[in-house]
Design a protein around this ligand. Structure first.
Ligand SMILES: *Cc1c(COP(=O)(O)O)cnc(C)c1O
Length: 467
């Protein structure tokens, strides 16, 4: 029996959601080209497509919105955000951006160029896309265990220092403008990096004059895992551990739509004053003036308040426990899930669930479509479709992990909703033999194809043999 403590919040405002019939959902998924991303949200009952920007804001965040200073230049709300970032993440220079990828775009433009190389712990789609757009080649230097869905390694987000060393020797430190590490690693299933490993990565990189930038979108969840799992950190607060994670790094690019408990926004935090000036100059062209970066003043207020709430121990314990509860229910029912459960998501091993669907017919995408039809629950593929094509060869990448990701929005769903999700996934798993066909592209966009791709069942009319 999995324990589940009462959520540390109560509901002050409600948003109606509705269940639909299976016949309605079959029509909807066909109209969406079998891609749950192209569904109308109204046709989804429980939406676990992403935890990004789907957070419920607190009463304090809503009241903070009213304090938003919408001055074009030098708004008070900018200084409130700057102060929150300095206090909780420790970076002296703060540049607001409209969301995480805005920060990735401008930092990549500042640092990268043709012929450069960027090592990282696995990859994030938008991060790698901007690195490649600026001519760099991305290299995955994560530990091997990250690619193994059943490995119980407590820090599957750790960098393999030997792989990093080997890359530095192979291409030379001069060709590596930065190391790009994430905490937690989304594509591995929300897996954390340890403080010890991140510190060692920074020492190694700095010894070669290479700066390290942290993707800190989910660094609070990462800090929670450090507190639970890394020897020596159990007595420290999540706020202290967050500082320890950021301390050895040279900067961070952050989407405030994740741990920041906001619906939109982001920021870049930096230590080097010259680099901060260059980033501000780029921000001016692509985001907005350096004191708003594409956000309204009220957004910056909501993020500042969200940052303070994110490190509250009650909040983060409850948040991760809800994800763990979903994972435990699936695991106890025999559904193959990535272990250990991540901070923001549970990932179903689609290749293990649908071994009869060839990898070329995208078992993860197929399972995502099937879950929607059966239960009205929306997840997202994290496998071959998301991995895209190698920009040089044009070949499909075939990642080791072929997953269906169920990402849980923060403070949005109750245990009953989570039970409905679990029941639906278990039903799909029990009836997996009825899924007789995978999917092939009918429209394949050139970049970040998973968002807008359309598919058709490879074996005829439907992915279900009988429906
Ligand atoms: C969401 C996310 C991004 C991109 O941020 P957006 O706000 O969606 O643009 C980058 N890295 C990670 C790890 C993320 O989860």
């Amino acid at each position: 029996m999995t324990t589940y403590e009462p959520e540390p919040w109560r509901i002050k405002m409600v948003e109606p959601i509705r269940a639909t019939t299976r016949a309605h959902r079959e029509r909807a998924i066909r109209a969406a080209g079998w891609n749950p991303c192209l569904l109308r949200a109204e046709d989804v009952h429980i939406d676990l497509f992403t935890d990004s920007g789907t957070n419920a804001m607190s009463d304090r965040q809503w009241s903070a919105l009213m304090r938003g200073d919408e001055a074009y230049a030098g708004a008070r709300s900018f200084y409130v955000l700057e102060q929150a970032v300095r206090e909780h993440y420790g970076y002296p220079h703060v540049v607001p951006v409209h969301q995480g990828r805005g920060g990735e775009a401008i930092l990549s433009r500042c640092l990268l160029g043709p012929g450069t190389h960027v090592p990282g712990n696995m990859y994030f789609p938008t991060t790698r896309a901007h690195q490649e757009l600026n001519g760099a080649t991305f290299h995955d230097v994560i530990v091997d265990e990250a690619h193994d869905p059943v490995s119980e390694h407590p820090f599957k987000g750790d960098v393999d220092l030997d792989k990093l060393r080997a890359l530095v020797e192979e291409v030379g430190a001069d060709a590596i403008p930065c190391v790009s590490v994430a905490a937690t690693v989304n594509m591995a299933g929300g897996q954390p990096i340890s403080v010890g490993n991140l510190t060692a990565v920074c020492e190694l990189a700095h010894a070669h004059g290479i700066p390290v930038f942290l993707d800190a979108a989910r660094a609070v969840e990462n800090a929670w895992f450090v507190k639970q799992r890394e020897p020596g950190w159990g007595d420290k607060s999540v706020a202290e551990i967050l500082h320890a994670l950021c301390a050895p790094t040279d900067g961070a690019v952050v989407s405030a739509k994740k741990d920041g408990l906001a619906n939109i926004g982001g920021w870049v935090g930096l230590r080097d004053a010259d680099l901060a000036d260059r980033v501000r100059a780029e921000a001016l062209l692509y985001e907005g003036l350096h004191t708003y970066g594409g956000m309204a003043g009220r957004d910056m207020e909501a993020i500042a308040q969200g940052i303070a709430e994110s490190v509250d121990e009650e909040h983060i314990r409850s948040r991760v426990a809800q994800v763990e509860y979903l994972g435990a229910r699936l695991r106890n029912a025999g559904v193959p899930v990535v272990r250990p459960f991540g901070g923001h998501c549970v990932c179903v091993d689609a290749a293990a669930t649908l071994p009869h669907i060839p990898r070329g017919q995208f078992p993860g995408q197929t399972l995502a479509a099937a879950l929607y039809v059966v239960g009205g629950v929306r997840g997202v593929e994290r496998g071959g479709v998301s991995a895209g094509r190698d920009p040089r060869t044009g070949d499909n990448r075939t990642p080791a992990l072929e997953l269906l990701r169920l990402a849980v929005p923060r403070r949005v769903y109750t245990r009953c909703h989570i039970d409905h999700v679990a029941d639906s996934v278990i039903k799909v798993h029990q009836e997996r033999e009825e899924i007789t066909s995978g999917l092939v592209f009918s429209h394949e966009p050139p970049v970040l194809r998973f968002f807008q791709a359309r598919f058709a069942p490879a074996g005829g009319e439907s992915i279900f043999g009988r429906s």
